[in-house]
Design a protein around this ligand. Structure first.
Ligand SMILES: NC(=O)c1ccc[n+]([C@@H]2O[C@H](COP(=O)([O-])OP(=O)(O)OC[C@H]3O[C@@H](n4cnc5c(N)ncnc54)[C@H](OP(=O)(O)O)[C@@H]3O)[C@@H](O)[C@H]2O)c1
Length: 320
């Protein structure tokens, strides 16, 4: 048994995890949805029996938060049922499983960070499905399973809140962004590092729940302003709006701030502040982000409507 198997390998986080593993030289089997659809139970068991990986990282998920409200059963099939299938297949070949989850398992009405063992109380169909997935991993793999909750992810590739804000900043465009939801903007590359660190721990120290979000907190408005500032645009172009002004189908946690106590207990450093990760992600020296597409003028007919960027939370393509 050796190597890492990555599901959802073509997603925002999956791509970072595969790249991070390749940088270390570790054997990695990246499987995108066409290679392995997690809802095909026979294929999941067959793949695990053949590959017998030491570690499986499940980056695959139904991530359309609003879409889940009107298709809860379909979302649950991927985020709950298929996760149980994968966890059972891992148990069958004694593979460890690192499974990604979300702050949406919490109600979002707290005013201090949620510790790893805080009671879950999801308010959305997406959150309920992700909670079902968490429970499946912890039940099927009590010693070999790790649930890694993250939130507010961005990456240098694909459409996400940060790349879209950087485009709008480059265009000198005014944007209206939600200022009443608090969270922890987290660079997907930092989460990939955390996953590799967890995979390097003895299984018994990594079992259970970890929170892989950046430290500190801000709002989508605060994040957008920081992107504008770091890219040399005028932060005053970012205007605050409320969640109520936006009106999205799925409720968002007003407070999605997660505590990080388990990292120290596991002998690992705590996450760094969100603004540090963002600065590195946008830095010209490390160039983690590919060149941004040429911005459309703000009044162009095909210019994206970015007014709803509270809602970018789980819309990893970065469109409202
Ligand atoms: N993005 C965030 O801000 C955020 C926040 C909190 C937690 N998370 C969690 O982090 C994880 C990674 O998220 P992400 O942002 O990287 O999502 P993503 O970019 O949407 O990637 C998810 C991947 O899963 C694939 N997938 C969907 N259904 C599948 C199935 N039945 N079988 C196999 N693959 C399937 C998707 O393929 P297709 O593209 O073909 O559909 C996509 O490549 C997820 O567990 C998510 O819930 C994300």
């Amino acid at each position: 048994m050796s190597g890492w198997l990555i599901t959802g390998a073509d997603g925002m986080l999956g791509r970072e995890v595969v790249a991070a593993l390749r940088r270390t030289g570790a054997p990695v089997l990246p499987l995108a949805r066409p290679d392995l659809d997690l809802t095909d139970a026979a294929a999941v068991h067959r793949t695990l029996r053949r590959a017998r990986p030491a570690v499986v990282v499940n980056c695959a998920a139904w991530t359309d938060v609003d879409g889940a409200e009107s298709a809860e059963r379909a979302a649950l099939a991927v985020n709950g049922d298929a996760v149980r299938t994968l966890a059972r297949a891992c148990a069958g070949v004694r593979s460890r499983m690192l499974h990604l989850s979300t702050d949406y398992v919490f109600a979002g009405d707290a005013d201090t960070p949620y510790p790893e063992d805080a009671p879950a109380a999801p308010r959305s169909a997406y959150g309920r499905g992700k909670l079902a997935g968490e429970r499946a991993v912890l039940e099927e793999l009590p010693r070999l399973g790790t649930v890694v909750r993250t939130a507010w992810l961005y990456a240098g590739h694909g459409r996400n809140f940060v790349t879209t804000m950087a485009e709008r900043a480059a265009a000198g465009a005014e944007v209206r962004v939600v200022d009443d939801q608090y969270g922890q903007p987290t660079w997907a590359r930092d989460v990939a590092g955390r996953l590799l660190a967890l995979g390097g721990l003895p299984a018994e120290r990594a079992a259970g729940v970890f929170h892989a979000t950046a430290a500190g907190r801000t709002t989508w408005f605060g994040l957008a302003r920081e992107v504008f500032r770091l890219t040399g645009a005028d932060p005053a172009l970012v205007r605050p709006i409320s969640t109520a002004q936006l009106g999205r189908p799925a409720p968002r946690p007003a407070f999605g701030v997660l505590g990080h106590g388990r990292w120290a207990a596991a002998g690992l450093a705590p996450p760094r502040p969100w603004a540090d990760g963002l600065a590195e992600a946008l830095s010209a020296t490390t160039r983690p982000c590919p060149p941004l597409p040429s911005p459309s003028p703000p009044d162009a007919p095909d210019a994206p409507d970015v007014s709803g960027f509270s809602t970018g939370t789980y819309d990893s393509k970065g469109v409202a």
